[in-house]
Design a protein around this ligand. Structure first.
Ligand code: HGY
Ligand code: MN
Ligand code: MN
Length: 452
């Protein structure tokens, strides 16, 4: 059954189905509205049980999880999730970057419908970020199996590796490699213990020399979908049940080193110091000022400062700190960075230090496909759920893969908009709603794309 489609010129759907779809879709929408939406197909209890079990891997005493990419807890969680994929009858494989794929054959020779998320977390993060989209995707497969539903397109559930990127400052690492955005140039990146990405990949059974084997060939994907918690306050505060993501912000990250001169804290007069930490503190506030001066939703963050030698009676001689800027417009990020660089130069002069910054991560903004957005919107409404179109202030793997195929994201509310913290929480009913919308979106896309 084709649903109504507010299609745009660059729609991914064939023209012929468009007219029929409008009438059939309108009738279906009316019927759904009249019936107040149908009940869910997915099994909410099974999904909740699996999510609660996953949240035990890396659980923190204060709540939430620490499940860093490549850690033993994450490897154990990967084993648990791969077992769930196998129980769902999926053919499981791990690619050269460590991404996990579970495949369900389609009835026709067509490109793959890919959907999933990540299970690694930030330090002291939440139990829902990434996990909802990963286990929601597996629940979609279980529901198709329960209903003996076949699809024309082959389906693949994916668990992207190292989305949070704490080791090398690279977010969306696995999906970035799969999309061809990242390559062998990242293999010799060192983490805080001096281990390289190549070392980590070897530890986990991958051969770094074959990293680019993980690249997904153009034309092999029909679409990419990701279910995710919003991680912001909009849906929760406006009491809207489903977010239809219009686009994902771009992110640019630098590692900066401020170099002054370590000296005695007691015998060095205040006017003869080259205090790297005082300079870095000024730089941090300069980042905040410049970003605040811009109109719009852009954000800028300095996430930590590592001062050396780190003793109370020594003037810090060296400080490492990251600068991260995000916006839906890459030009805005560049413009802010120019202003920030000018402010850093000013501080260097005032404080007698030298500040040097190098790019460590650069993720372009990603727009969702309008036709996939329509499918998600209609899937939600046919379930009787309210929707809001919105941008994503967080980066996501789906953004990287949007360079290869039409992309869509489904958001569910985050309580009080909190995420990347132990208080991160989404109501189970919202998680089930989002998974139902993912289920229906996959079926709609399967019917509408590459129409016969
Ligand atoms: O940082 C982010 O936006 C994502 O949660 N990794
Ligand atoms: Mn995250
Ligand atoms: Mn995430």
């Amino acid at each position: 059954m084709n649903m109504s489609q507010c299609l745009r010129p660059r729609s991914i759907f064939s023209n012929t189905s468009r007219t029929i779809a409008v009438w059939v879709g309108l009738a279906a929408l009316t019927a759904a509205a009249a019936s107040g939406g149908q009940s869910r197909h997915i099994n909410a209890q099974r999904l909740q049980g699996n999510l609660e079990k996953l949240s035990e891997f890396g659980r923190n005493p204060e709540g939430g999880v620490t499940r860093l990419g490549f850690s033993q807890t994450e490897m154990d969680a990967r084993t648990y999730v791969m077992d769930l994929m196998k129980e769902a009858g999926l053919q499981v494989r791990v690619d050269a970057a460590g991404n996990i794929f579970g495949r369900r054959a389609g009835t026709a020779q067509l490109p793959t419908l890919l959907f999933g998320s990540h299970i690694d977390s930030v330090p002291h993060g939440g139990s829902f970020d990434g996990s909802v989209g990963t286990l929601g995707a597996i629940e979609v497969i279980r529901t198709l199996n329960d209903g003996r539903v076949t699809t024309r397109h082959p389906l693949e559930v994916v668990v992207w590796t190292n989305e949070e990127g704490p080791h090398f400052g690279i977010s969306a690492l696995g999906s970035g490699v799969a999309a061809g955005v990242l390559g062998p140039e990242i293999l010799d990146r060192k983490d805080e213990e001096g281990l390289t990405l190549a070392d980590w990949l070897r530890r986990y059974g991958q051969d770094p020399a074959h990293l680019t084997d993980a690249r997904i060939a153009r034309g092999t994907l029909a679409a990419i979908l990701e279910l995710h918690i919003e991680q912001g306050p909009q849906l929760y505060e406006t009491k809207v049940q489903i977010g239809v993501v219009q686009g994902i912000v771009g992110l640019k990250r630098w590692k900066c080193i401020a170099t002054g001169f370590a000296n005695h804290a007691g015998t060095t007069p205040m006017n003869r110091r080259k205090d790297a930490l005082a300079a870095a503190a000024k730089d941090l506030l300069a980042v905040r000022d410049v970003v605040r001066e811009e109109p719009g939703r852009q954000v800028g963050t300095v996430g930590y400062m590592k001062a050396e030698p780190g003793a109370p009676n020594v003037i810090p001689g060296r400080v490492e700190f990251p600068v991260e800027l995000r916006d839906l417009d890459a030009a805005t990020i560049e413009r802010m960075w120019q202003h920030i660089q000018q402010r850093f130069a000013q501080t260097d002069k005032e404080e007698g230090v030298e500040t040097r910054c190098a790019v460590i991560n650069d993720i372009a903004p990603a727009l969702s496909d309008p036709s996939v957005q329509s499918v998600i919107r209609e899937a939600a409404r046919s379930t009787g759920l309210s929707t809001a179109d919105m941008p994503s202030g967080a980066v996501h793997d789906a953004g990287e893969i949007s360079r290869l195929a039409p992309m869509g994201m489904i958001f569910v509310p985050s309580r009080d908009g909190i995420s990347h913290a132990p208080q991160e929480f989404s109501a189970w009913d919202d998680v089930a709603n989002g998974t139902e919308v993912l289920y229906r979106s996959i079926l709609k896309l399967d019917k509408q794309m590459n129409a016969r």
